[in-house]
Structure formats: C-alpha cells, structure tokens
Design a protein around this ligand. Structure first.
Ligand code: RB5
Length: 149
C-alpha cells in the first residue's frame, strides 16, 4: 500500500520506527516529516498526510504526536479523512471495520514501540465491514457536506 506518515517532535521517534516497519513490510511510504526532535507544530504534518489520503495520493495515513489527540483533531478537519486515535489493537481494528478510518493516529508518549507496531499491523490488516457501518459512515459524510444527518 501507499502510506503517508507524519509526526511532530513528540511523535518523531515512534514515527521513525513506523516508517522502518512499513518499508520492511513492503509498503511504499511517503514520510512528510518531522525529521528531528526540534519543537514543531503537529497541524503542519496532519494536513499533509490528511490531504495525501483525501486526494488519493496515499491509500492510508499514519500520524504520530505526543498523545495522538492533536493529530486526530487536525486530520479530521480535512474532508474525506476519518482519522482514528488508537491505543490498542482492538481500537485499531474497529476503526477500520466499523468506521472505515483512513488515518491512524498514535501517541508517541503513550505507547511503547512494540505495542505501537502491533497497532499499525492491526490497522493495516483490518478491512471495512460495510453493511450497517456503511450507512453510519454515510451519515458522517452528510455532516461533512453540511447536510442533515
Ligand atoms: C507537543 O508537546 C504535544 O502537545 C503534541 O505532540 C501532541 O501531543 C498534541 O496533541
């Protein structure tokens, strides 16, 4: 898959591990930075990854900040993006199966590297279940279009 990845300083170290993992698994990775631990602003990276996914240049995205919260808030401002913060594999799997999430957000100050890479694996392996979940995702899209849910 084509996977866009980004982080701020709080997620830099974990992002580097995620990039190595994804490349080792044979994915095509677009790393939008950050490239060191200098303090920086998470929305700058969230918007790049979110737009890559929304515009079809990436199949999925992974964003890492200190908690994953800022990244998820920012990425969800981009139309077509469903960014999900996951702190365990169940959340990651459900984010795709039920919510059709297309961006995974992780907390670099919350998760150990081993747990985080398992979460990434769970997210990538899961598939959207469709059915009643498609109706619900459709209602999210209606909200995004400014229509009544
Ligand atoms: C940076 O200190 C921190 O606020 C950021 O990485 C993130 O956790 C925000 O949600």
């Amino acid at each position: 898959m084509r996977i866009a990845v980004g982080a701020d300083h709080g997620g830099y170290s974990l992002k580097e591990a995620v990039v190595r993992y994804l490349i080792a698994e044979g994915h095509q990775v677009e790393d939008v930075g950050t490239h060191d631990e200098t303090s920086t602003d998470y929305p700058d990276y969230a918007v790049q990854v979110a737009r890559a996914v929304a515009e079809g240049r990436a199949d999925l995205g992974v964003l890492v900040c200190g908690t994953g919260i800022g990244m998820s808030i920012a990425a969800n401002k981009v139309r077509g993006v469903r960014a999900a913060l996951a702190t365990d594999c169940y959340m990651a799997r459900m984010a795709r199966e039920h919510n059709d999430a297309n961006v995974l957000c992780l907390g670099g100050r919350v998760l150990g590297t081993g747990s985080a890479l398992e979460i990434v694996r769970a997210f990538l392996e899961a598939r959207f279940a469709g059915g009643r979940h498609a109706r619900r995702v459709g209602k999210i899209e209606a909200i995004e279009r400014g229509e009544k849910g």
